[in-house]
Design a protein around this ligand. Structure first.
Ligand code: GLN
Length: 521
C-alpha cells in the first residue's frame, strides 16, 4: 500500500482494504525506518494520528471529504503551519512557531489530508542540493535502492547521492514512501530539481495559480508552491484542490482555473512538441541527452510534430536570475532583525550591534552572500545597471517563450537536470553559487516567465538513479501540460522505488528484494 498512488489508496479506503489510521501508522513506521535520509525536520506523529482518526470516522459514516481524505502528506519547512515549528532550515527561525497555516496547507487540511511533518531543505530555499540547511543534508532514497547499489558497487553510507534541492526533504519523503504528496516551493527549480533526482513527479504551476500566502518568501516575483507526487494524475488532483484566487495573495489569478481532469487516453497526434536548441547546454550528460532524444522520438512515432525551437536569451538566464534573486532576497531578509521574531543575538552593546550579530549568527554564508550581492545591485549607483537591466532581460526571456508558443508549439520538452544525482562528496566541493548556476539551467527560465512546468521521471541511469524530463507549457495551461506529462509517464514505465528496494535492508513489505529494472525508454 505504501508505494501506491493517492488515487489507489483513496479507493482502498472506500473499499475498506485499509483504514486511514492503519495507513498513517505504516507511514510513521516507515519514517522511523528511513530516518537516515534526514527528510523530515519535524514529524507530527500525534497530530497525524488524530487527523487520521477523524478521516476514518468520516469514512465510516460514508462521508469522506474528497480524494485526499486520510492521505498522508508532508510540507516543506518554509510553509507556515499553525502551532508547528517552521524553521526554513535556518538558525534564524529554529524556534519559530507560526500562528496560522499557509493557504495551501490549510486547503489540504480542509480536504482531510493527514500532515506527517515538515521537511528538510536548503536554508531559506537557497540551493539546489538540500545540502545547505542547518539540520544537515538530505540523502537521496535511491542511494539505498538495489539498482544503485548493484550497478555501482557503492556503499550507500559513504557514497550516497544528493536529493537535489532546495525541496529535497519533500521529494525524499514522497520517493521513500513516507507520504503520498508533498509541498515544495519553486523559485528557480527547487521543486522540479529534487523531484527529478528522487524520481517523483514535480509540478511548478503557473505563477499566481496557487496562493503564496504563508510561504516564507525567497523571490516574491518567482516563488510558487510546488507539488510532488508519485503520479501525474495525483499531481492533477492536488492542483485542482490547491488552485484558485486567494484574497491574502494579490498575485493570485482570478481567471478561470485550468481543467485538471486527466483523460486516461490522450492522443498526442495533433500536438507540436518544441525542442529548445539552447538547452543542449554545456554539462548536459551524454546519457540524459540520449534519453531526451529517445522521448522526443516517442512523440514523433505517436504522430506528434516535433520541432526544434530557439529560445535565444536562455544563455543570460542564470546571471539574470542571480541579480533578481539577490535583490529580492536582500529586501525579504530585512525583516529578520532579531526584534519581531526568530533568533536574537545576546550582543546588546547597541541596537546596531544586536542587528548585525543577530544576522551574522542567524544566517548561513549562502544567505548572507546573497543579501550582500542584492544590496550591492540595489545601490542607487548600480540600480539601473544591474536590477533594471536584469528586469529587461527577464522580459526578453519571457518573450522567447511567447514567440515559441505563438508559433504553434504546444509544449516544450527539455531535460530537468544536467545529469542524474551527484554524490554528496563531489557536490559539496563547489560553492553554492557555482552549483546553483549549473544545476538550474533548465528550470529557472520557467520561473522568470511565470510558466507552468512539470518534471516526470522517465528512466534509470546506468548508475541506477532517476533521470527526468521536463515539459513547459503556456501560462494557465497547466491542465493540458499534465495531460502530455501523463502520456509520457504511461509510455516510459518508470519503476517505483518499492519495486527496486533491497528488502533485506529495509525489513518491510513494500518491495520485491533486489528487483532490478533497466531504463524503460
Ligand atoms: N537553486 C536556486 C536558488 O538557489 C533555486 C531555489 C529555489 O527554487 N528555491 O536560488
Amino acid at each position: 500500500m505504501l508505494s501506491r498512488t493517492i488515487k489507489e489508496v483513496s479507493l482502498a479506503f472506500r473499499e475498506g482494504r485499509i483504514s486511514p489510521t492503519e495507513l498513517c501508522r505504516k507511514c510513521l513506521d516507515r519514517i522511523k525506518k528511513t530516518q537516515h535520509l534526514n527528510a523530515y525536520i519535524t514529524v507530527t506523529e500525534e497530530l497525524a494520528l488524530q487527523q487520521a482518526q477523524q478521516a476514518e470516522a468520516r469514512l465510516l459514516k460514508g462521508s469522506p471529504r474528497g480524494p485526499l481524505d486520510g492521505i498522508p502528506f508532508a510540507v516543506k519547512d518554509n510553509f507556515s503551519t499553525e502551532n508547528i515549528k517552521t524553521t526554513c532550515a535556518s538558525r534564524m527561525l529554529a524556534d519559530y512557531t507560526p500562528p496560522y497555516n499557509a493557504t495551501v496547507v490549510q486547503k489540504l487540511l480542509d480536504q482531510g489530508a493527514v500532515l506527517m511533518g515538515k521537511t528538510n531543505m536548503d536554508e531559506f530555499a537557497m540551493g539546489a542540493g538540500s545540502t545547505d540547511g542547518v539540520f544537515g543534508p538530505v540523502k537521496n532514497p535511491w542511494s539505498y535502492a538495489a539498482p544503485y547499489r548493484e550497478r555501482t558497487g557503492a556503499s550507500p553510507d559513504s557514497d550516497w547521492v544528493i536529493s537535489g534541492g532546495s525541496s529535497g526533504g519533500s521529494a525524499a519523503a514522497v520517493a521513500s514512501l513516507t507520504s503520498y504528496l508533498a509541498l515544495g516551493s519553486d523559485t528557480g527549480g527547487s521543486t522540479r530539481n529534487p523531484g527529478a533526482l528522487c524520481g517523483v513527479v514535480a509540478l511548478k504551476p503557473t505563477y499566481g495559480l496557487l496562493s503564496r500566502h504563508g510561504l516564507i518568501p525567497l523571490v516574491n516575483s518567482m516563488d510558487v508552491p510546488g507539488i510532488l507526487t508519485r503520479s501525474v494524475s495525483d499531481a492533477a488532483v492536488v492542483l485542482g484542490i490547491l488552485q484558485g484566487r486567494d484574497i491574502q495573495d494579490s498575485t493570485t489569478v482570478s481567471t478561470p482555473a485550468p481543467l485538471t481532469e486527466l483523460p486516461e487516453d490522450f492522443d498526442v497526434k495533433n500536438i507540436c512538441v518544441g525542442i529548445p536548441k539552447e538547452y543542449h547546454a554545456p554539462g548536459l550528460s551524454e546519457e540524459t541527452r540520449a534519453h531526451w532524444s529517445r522521448v522526443a522520438d516517442l512523440f514523433e512515432r505517436a504522430g506528434a510534430r516535433v520541432e526544434q525551437v530557439s529560445l535565444p536569451h536562455t544563455q543570460h538566464s542564470i546571471v539574470c536570475y542571480h541579480v533578481l534573486c539577490c535583490a529580492e532576497v536582500a529586501s525579504n531578509m530585512a525583516r529578520f532583525d532579531g526584534l519581531e521574531y526568530g533568533h536574537r543575538s545576546q550582543a546588546d552593546s547597541s541596537t546596531e550591534a544586536m542587528y548585525a550579530s543577530t544576522r551574522h549568527e542567524g544566517f548561513n554564508d549562502v544567505v548572507r552572500g546573497r543579501i550582500l550581492c542584492g544590496n550591492y545591485y540595489l545601490l542607487k549607483k548600480n540600480y539601473q545597471h544591474y536590477f533594471v537591466k536584469a528586469q529587461k532581460v527577464r522580459r526578453l526571456i519571457a518573450d522567447d517563450f511567447r514567440r515559441a508558443f505563438g508559433s504553434g508549439v504546444d509544449v516544450l520538452l527539455t531535460p530537468t537536470t544536467l545529469s542524474d544525482a551527484a554524490r554528496y562528496r563531489h557536490f559539496v566541493q563547489e560553492d553554492n553559487r557555482a552549483r546553483s548556476s549549473q544545476e538550474d539551467v533548465f528550470t529557472q527560465c520557467a520561473n522568470m516567465a511565470g510558466l507552468p512546468a512539470v518534471s516526470v521521471p522517465t528512466a534509470l541511469s546506468r548508475r541506477g538513479l532517476p533521470i527526468s524530463l521536463q515539459l513547459i507549457g503556456p501560462a494557465l495551461r497547466d491542465g493540458e501540460l499534465l495531460r502530455v506529462a501523463q502520456w509520457v509517464e504511461q509510455r516510459v514505465g518508470f519503476p517505483s522505488i518499492g519495486d527496486c528496494e533491497d528488502s533485506r535492508e529495509s525489513g518491510d513489505e513494500t518491495g520485491v528484494a533486489g528487483t532490478e529494472r533497466t531504463s524503460a525508454a
